[in-house]
Design a protein around this ligand. Structure first.
Ligand SMILES: [Zn+2]
Ligand SMILES: [Zn+2]
Length: 117
């Protein structure tokens, strides 16, 4: 983690940070105290754009679809969307509890509970 902290955004239940890491920008979005994502971007504009997108998606989503962080490993959660209706949710990126995923891959496409064939 670099010494420089670029921006700090705060909302009721969400917090986002951007910082410089070498020649990339890293972001971390924390919603309800759970850190959801952390990635590297080539420039500050795409980093802040990504944060805005995550927060906007978070605001308009059905939180029922979200998964909790995995208790068996510490792989991060990632935002995935249903290929049919566009509903999105934070899902685990690890292989634990695959049958329990609210949005999961069927025939190589992502489906939510409602759209699953
Ligand atoms: Zn896991
Ligand atoms: Zn769907």
């Amino acid at each position: 983690m670099g010494a420089f902290e670029g921006e700090c955004l705060s909302m009721d239940h969400a917090r986002a940070r951007v910082w410089r890491e070498g020649n990339r920008w890293a972001i971390e979005v924390e919603i309800d105290g759970v850190p959801y994502t952390e990635r590297a971007y080539a420039d500050l504009a795409s980093a802040t754009h990504a944060i805005a997108q995550i927060l906007r998606q978070q605001a308009g989503r059905d939180p029922d679809l979200d998964e909790q962080e995995c208790s068996q490993c510490d792989k991060p959660l990632d935002l995935v969307a249903c290929s049919q209706c566009g509903a999105d949710a934070f899902m685990r990126t690890c292989g634990h509890g695959l049958d329990m995923r609210p949005i999961r891959i069927v025939d190589e496409a992502l489906y939510c509970r409602t759209c699953r064939p």
